[in-house]
Design a protein around this ligand. Structure first.
Ligand code: AMP
Ligand code: GLY
Length: 425
């Protein structure tokens, strides 16, 4: 089959490399792609949030399947537009993608169907929110913009002044635009975090192997949040016992809830979980593969991804056995100087070959360009990933590979895979 991948980061590069292993995948195209992806797929520059442009490109390249990976095009209804033209697409409809695109929708869904999550209130105006926060007088408190905000819409506030500036910047200054028309004020909860991606065909759900993201920019979980500075799989906190609990208390109820609401979820449903003293709770849902979780989950997949995609689209997931290797994987993100703030682009990357690879690891390109040599073109530049029999081996191999690669100002965390959580479990 001819496959068109929508997106252009490390996640899409990992999906493409995984699809390239399938003997069912004939030609792979990507829009917009990036420098590294251009070595594995033919890239096209289009506006991926524009449904007409995606449909036109799918027709032009004769795509048998369009894989919509990022949140924005999913929320914009790209899958609906493709389906309307009878083009097969992997990903949820816009109605189902609300589980990520609207925090108000997802929190209300969890409340209605008894799915464990942090307590919350929804507000449509800043004054009411501030009055509630003042009366409630519990810190830290968590302020979340309703809509998509490039992963920056969650603000943890240590006191009233911080909460006031968070509410005002989201609701009055509209720093996230329309995404800030409503906010959720949430109870602060603590515990180790686990990412569980799952395949879901609307009725049946099959969780993938677990993973752990490292969201802060600096070692020891310090500094501002980023898109993710590295990942490991499996997540050491996610025991079989917790997995069983999550299945019965969270995963199955979520799938049934989406069905009951008339928007069954088809695609990859991502559960951002926190393992609290009172049991696992949902921190957030994403309607897509995580980035950089995908980079450590897919290298462990042993079943043909094309077969899984078909089962998800056709609603036959219950009949497919999905197999994973028993080892581990680790991904270390190399980022530009200054990220997650302002950073320079166009810095030459040394130590990778003409296809963007390095010995002993797989290099997923997140933000690179290619014009004969690879240059930086984003905040997160590379996700250097290795697999091993256990986490120690995977991490060692990933860091050996990182040492071979350099670019001016490159920053990466030295503590990926070490314990993220210092409290009780
Ligand atoms: P998100 O952008 O939704 O992934 O949230 C970013 C991070 O904020 C999460 O990974 C958590 O570490 C933290 N967070 C979100 N909601 C809460 C909460 N209710 N209590 C404590 N931490 C939270
Ligand atoms: N790594 C978190 C996310 O993809 O949202």
């Amino acid at each position: 089959m001819n496959i068109l991948m929508i997106g252009g980061g490390g996640r899409e590069h990992a999906l493409i490399k995984c699809l390239n292993k399938s003997n069912r995948a004939q030609k792979i195209f990507c829009a917009p792609g990036n420098g590294g992806i251009s070595r594995d797929a033919e890239c096209f520059s289009i506006d991926v949030k524009n449904c007409d442009e995606v449909v036109a490109l799918a027709k032009k390249v004769n795509a048998d399947l369009v894989f919509v990976a990022p949140d924005d095009p999913l929320a914009a209804g790209v899958v609906d537009a493709l389906n309307a033209k009878s083009i097969r697409a992997f990903g949820p409809t816009a109605m189902a993608a609300r589980i990520e695109a609207s925090k108000v929708f997802s929190k209300n869904l969890m409340k209605k169907y008894g799915i464990p999550t942090a307590g919350y209130e929804v507000f449509n105006n800043a004054n009411d929110a501030l009055e509630f926060i003042k009366d409630n007088n519990e810190y830290p408190t968590v302020v979340k913009a309703d809509g998509l905000a490039l992963g920056k819409g969650v603000i943890i506030c240590a006191n009233f002044d911080e909460a006031k500036s968070a509410v005002e910047s989201i609701m009055l200054d509209k720093v996230f635009g329309e995404s800030g028309n409503q906010i959720v004020v949430e109870q602060f909860i603590t515990g180790p975090e686990v990412s569980v991606l799952s395949f879901c065909d609307g009725k049946c759900i099959k969780p993938m192997v677990s993973s752990m993201d490292h969201k802060r920019i600096f070692d020891g979980n310090k500094g501002p949040n980023t898109g993710g500075m590295g990942t490991i799989s499996p997540n050491p906190y996610y025991t079989d016992e917790i997995a069983e609990r999550c299945m019965s208390e969270i995963f199955l109820p979520t799938v049934k809830a989406m069905q009951a609401e008339g928007c069954p979820f088809k695609g990859c449903l991502y559960f951002g979980l926190m393992l609290t003293k009172d049991g696992p709770k949902v921190i957030e849902y994403n309607a897509r593969f995580g980035d950089p979780e995908t980079q450590v989950v897919l290298p462990r997949l042993q079943t043909d991804l094309c077969d899984i995609i078909d089962a998800v689209i056709d609603g036959t997931l219950d009949k497919l056995k999905i197999e994973w290797d028993n080892g581990a994987a680790a991904c270390v993100v190399m980022a530009s100087d200054g990220y997650p703030g302002k950073y320079k682009k166009g810095v030459e990357i040394k130590g990778i070959d003409e296809n963007g690879n390095v010995d002993g690891a797989v290099v997923y390109h997140a933000g690179t360009s290619f014009d004969g040599t690879f240059k930086t073109a984003g905040g997160r530049v590379l996700g250097v990933t290795a697999v091993g029999n256990d986490l120690n081996e995977a991490l060692r191999k990933a860091y050996v590979a990182v040492e071979k690669i350099s670019f001016e100002g490159a920053q990466y965390r030295k503590d990926i895979g070490t314990t993220q959580w210092n409290g009780e479990v």
